[in-house]
Design a protein around this ligand. Sequence first.
Ligand code: FBP
Length: 333
Amino acid sequence: MHDRMTLDEHMETEAGHIGLDADFVGLISDVAKACHQISTLVRHGALAGNLAADVGTNVQDESQKELDVRANEILIERLDNGGHVLAIASEEMEDTVVFNDSKPRGRYYLVFDPLDGSTNIAVNGPVGTIFSILKAEVGHSGNADEVLQPGTEQLAAGYVLYGTSTEMLVTLGRGVQKFSMNPDDGRFFQTGADIQIAEHTAEFAINGSNRRYWEAPVQRYIDECLAGKDGPRGNDFNTRWVGAMVADVHRCLTRSGIFLYPIDEKTRSKGGRLRLLYEANPMSLIIEQAGGMASTGHGRILEIQPEGLHQRVPVIMGSKKEVERVVDYHSEA
Ligand code: FBP
């Protein structure tokens, strides 16, 4: 295991290539250390307390679980102590947190979902952490407005999947690399390079219980998949739904696939289900860097100009040819 490159070594080399400074490397390292702590908590399960307990509601009026709150606290503490970010924004907090400037701070923002897929906690299912790194320009003070940058501006994006093993998939805009965490010491070692997602797939992930709320193009696409060999696609499709975006998108990346959380009648007033800055954008950058595609159905997710920290968007991402097909169905409709 130890002749593999570590995450820190990889980041030092990569940051050098693209002109990012030591704070950037330190920031990714802090995220990895925080994720090791979260992973340890997840592995202890009920021995670490009732991690699935409802402990309140967040700014989006969604129930917060004990693990959501603890994962958020772990990240904040690590990032504050590290000093490599100017400010952060999290799913669990209404506004940005600007760290006290009594010491020098790196010129970066970290935007994250500390614990994705929190309904899986109670059933011992996979959960994850999603993050995105943006540049804090000179003169920036850490206001929310400064963080509202389109996904194309991301310097890095990644996720950590707490599954049967703990893995980080990360991109700095030069391909997608995979690192596996050694549970003994929390260090991440490279276990995959330049991950690519197949163009074609016969597997899709969507919450099918929402079918009656979907728009016609999504209904058409899924109905055609379900019709299998006898339908217009002439092929049998497989379906999976873990209920944690990190796990569902990771499966698409690993085995090919398309992941959909489209706009529907239930979520229309909010703009969609998934959040743009810390769910859709980082996952879109990873998918695109792996050769896949990420769209709302009407346009590229990464080009959306955010209007709020917790803005939601429809998400259709994964194997390119399938996403293109869904986009075509939207155009035709
Ligand atoms: P949280 O960040 O609150 O956990 O919500 C996001 C999410 O869990 C996604 O990861 C997942 O794709 C979706 O919600 C699942 O939604 P549904 O309840 O429709 O299965």
